[in-house]
Design a protein around this ligand. Structure first.
Ligand SMILES: [Zn+2]
Length: 144
């Protein structure tokens, strides 16, 4: 898979706890969120767009051999980047065209490359959704 600056982050369907905010007390998530915004310094941590309302995104890494889903980072991103990351959800809201344009602009790539990356991400997602994942949030204290 090509290493794009902005890429899709499809969470396997089998990940029960894939959403950190739903398994943390609300004040803990708020603290993590605000800390990510502070680290971002008013700019999207992926595309660098300034002056945007930022959203916190949990970045997970998957070890396909051990079946461990590990929290790798909590980043503050703009809405446009977040919509690319969660492309499945974005397609459902009818905003895929905007997301594809943002993907091409940030990554400096063609529509064909976007389609290829999306195909690969969907394939990986199907593969990963077939198994159970163990959650590793050992890095969580770093983000609190
Ligand atoms: Zn962005």
């Amino acid at each position: 898979m090509k290493d794009f600056k902005l890429n899709f982050g499809l969470v396997p369907d089998s990940c029960w706890y894939s959403n950190l905010r739903s398994c943390l007390p609300k004040d803990a998530w708020d603290r993590i969120r605000r800390k990510a915004y502070a680290r971002a310094g008013g700019k999207c941590m992926i595309c660098g767009a300034p002056g945007q309302r930022l959203e916190a995104h949990e970045h997970w890494e998957y070890d396909d051999k051990t079946g461990v889903q590990k929290l790798a980072n909590v980043v503050a991103v703009c809405k446009a980047c977040h919509e690319v990351i969660h492309i499945g959800r974005t397609q459902l809201t009818g905003r895929e065209k905007e997301a594809s344009e943002h993907f091409m602009k940030v990554n400096g790539c063609t529509y064909a490359e976007y389609r290829k990356a999306l195909g690969e991400a969907n394939e990986k997602h199907r593969e990963r959704s077939r198994k159970e994942w163990k959650l590793d949030v050992s890095r969580l204290p770093e983000f609190m």
